[in-house]
Design a protein around this ligand. Structure first.
Ligand SMILES: O[C@H]1[C@H](O)[C@@H](O)[C@H](O)[C@@H](O)[C@H]1O
Length: 556
């Protein structure tokens, strides 16, 4: 693999030479050395402008995010307009089962998605998820009983779970590193956009006879479009390299990294492939898949920094779900009907719209403010909003209308809660892959994704019962308490990762959670970044405000 690396600076021993002379060198130090060496060699393929094709590809992959959002979003509107279309008036139990069948399917899909992606490839797994989306939607559209509806939702759920893992994974493996964070949020933007559109169409079809069937059936369209176009799309270079399909990997790398109207040099393409080979965990192509999986599990359990990464990733996904946001997403129509609003589905579009609008804010701010700082600020805002809404519920009269001050208070503070959620915990957990070393990335992200859907399942299946048994005030008060518990977890366990490279992050987790060190490093990197930008401006170098500090330094 690294044996034939050609580096320009011959005074620095190549990684291959280092590896052959130092038999005690551990893998992490070797990887780090290889990266340092690459940077020292002065040429980095990442510093060029990527091809617009990458953005097109990310948009196409984000259809998976859109479907995740649409298919989890339409249920709120569909449930309120179903009436007796499934044979009888739906009970709370029916509604809970119909809603949570998708979450259960997604949990199972999320568990296997990481391994499937390693075995079949990212592209085929994406196409598989599309097939499940289409079959699931078709069954629901045609269903006349609660059980066929549940079956359709369950099959679709597998698609949702797989898509929720595969889209950010595909993006992070395709995207040039300096765009990675924001391109992953683009997928979350697609999720929230899908939810808004589902709500809007749901509101439009609210009084149409069997309108919910159109609502569900429309989900087939984006899945079919993505499927038709994705067949033509490439696998990620990392997956291709891991399969020894080096020539194909080079072709994709040429696509990704060639700026508009130019072709990236063959020398850089070669180097990128070699680097991917160094980082590629399939050191032993002769190993069976089962043995590789066992190896990854062991790496995850016995190496403390990997275990810490799992704890952080699962904790963040857990907070995202147990803070109760999806109870609004799935049941907000019923909630606002109960509060006294006349057009509850229309009111709940505001919930989805606020979620989407503040995801855009997160998109702009996440790298500048930092993930940890955003969470430490927004989680308490979520808790405070929930407490105020809980108090308002307590005083809301039984037969209140939408103009009652307590009803308005509930609406306003629910919006504050959603805005705080969307600018922080709604996004940050999906950056999960940056926490894991390459060897355990598939498995680690699967565990975190499964935690997300397990939390989703618990909330979606218990919310209605909780509302009955411990009242709305009790339910939202409980969510507020869980938020604050999560905040303590973030305070003690989640280091700041903004401005840090993936190698920095893995290094941080070696001796503990590295909170203090991460804040210091992040501050220093940010200062370096800003200084480089200032210098560049003074010297008249045209600098893209978003470029990475290393890139700026090279331009100088
Ligand atoms: O990041 C997404 C987003 O916040 C969605 O609005 C929510 O429904 C999902 O559960 C979550 O994973």
């Amino acid at each position: 693999m690294a044996a034939d690396l050609e580096f320009e600076d011959k005074s620095i021993p190549s990684p291959a030479e280092i590896a052959s002379t130092d038999s005690n060198l551990d893998r992490d130090s070797f990887n780090q050395y290889a990266v340092d060496h690459e940077v020292a060699a002065g040429v980095d393929i990442e510093s060029g402008r990527p091809n617009p094709f990458v953005f097109l590809l990310v948009i196409l992959v984000s259809f998976s995010g859109f479907l995740f959002g649409y298919d989890t979003g339409y249920i709120s509107g569909a449930l309120t307009s179903m009436g007796t279309d499934l044979g009888h008036e739906l009970s709370d139990g029916d509604e809970s089962f119909i809603t949570s069948a998708t979450s259960l399917g997604a949990l199972l899909g999320g568990i296997i998605a990481g391994s499937l992606a390693d075995v079949l490839g990212r592209k085929w797994v994406t196409l598989g998820a599309n097939t499940l989306f289409i079959i699931g939607a078709a069954i629901q559209t045609a269903s006349h009983t609660v059980w066929t509806m549940i079956a359709g939702r369950f099959i679709m759920g597998w698609g949702v779970g797989i898509a929720s893992l595969i889209a950010p994974l595909y993006i992070s493996e395709m995207a040039p590193s300096r765009f990675r964070g924001r391109l992953v949020i683009l997928n979350v933007l697609a999720i929230t956009g899908g939810q808004v559109i589902a709500y809007a169409i749901g509101a439009g079809l609210e009084s149409v006879d069997n309108g919910w069937r159109i609502l569900v059936g429309l989900g087939i369209l984006p899945a079919a479009v993505q499927m038709a176009m994705f067949i033509l799309m490439p696998e990620t270079p990392r997956f291709l390299v891991s399969r020894g399909r080096t020539e194909e990997a080079k072709r994709v790398i040429r696509w990704i990294y060639s700026p508009r109207n130019a072709v990236v040099s063959e020398d850089l393409v070669e180097k990128k492939v070699k680097l991917l080979e160094i980082f590629n965990n399939e050191q032993h192509p002769e190993w069976s898949r089962a043995r590789r999986l066992r190896y990854a599990v062991r790496q995850l359990v016995v190496i403390p920094e990997n275990m810490r990464a799992v704890i952080i990733a699962c904790m963040l996904q857990g907070i995202q779900q147990f803070s109760g946001f999806n109870s609004l997403m799935y049941f907000s129509s019923s909630l606002f009907a109960m509060v006294g609003f006349n057009h509850p589905t229309a009111v709940s579009i505001i919930v989805a719209g606020t979620n989407m609008a503040f995801t855009i804010i997160a998109f702009i701010l996440i790298d500048r403010i930092g993930r940890r700082r955003i969470l430490l600020f927004t989680i308490p805002c979520m808790a405070i909003s929930l407490v105020i809404a809980a108090i308002a519920f307590h005083y809301l009269p039984a037969n209140a209308t939408g103009s009652n001050p307590w009803a308005i208070c509930i609406l306003v503070f629910m919006m504050c809660y959603v805005a705080s959620y969307a600018s922080g915990i709604g996004n940050v957990p999906w950056q999960q892959s940056e926490l894991f070393a390459m060897q355990v990335r598939g498995l680690g992200t699967s565990l975190a994704t499964a935690t997300n859907w397990a939390g989703n399942l618990v909330i979606s299946s218990t919310y209605l019962t909780m509302m009955d048994n411990i009242t709305p005030s009790g339910t939202f008060g409980l969510f507020a308490g869980l938020c604050m518990l999560g905040w303590i977890g973030v305070l003690f366990m989640y280091p700041e990762t903004a401005y840090l490279t993936l190698e920095d992050i893995q290094g941080l987790l070696k001796g503990g959670f590295g909170i203090k060190k991460s804040q210091k490093m992040s501050r220093e990197q940010r200062a370096k970044h800003l200084a480089a930008r200032e210098n560049a401006k003074m010297e008249g170098v045209a600098v893209d405000v978003d470029v990475d500090v290393d890139v700026v330094e090279k331009q100088l």
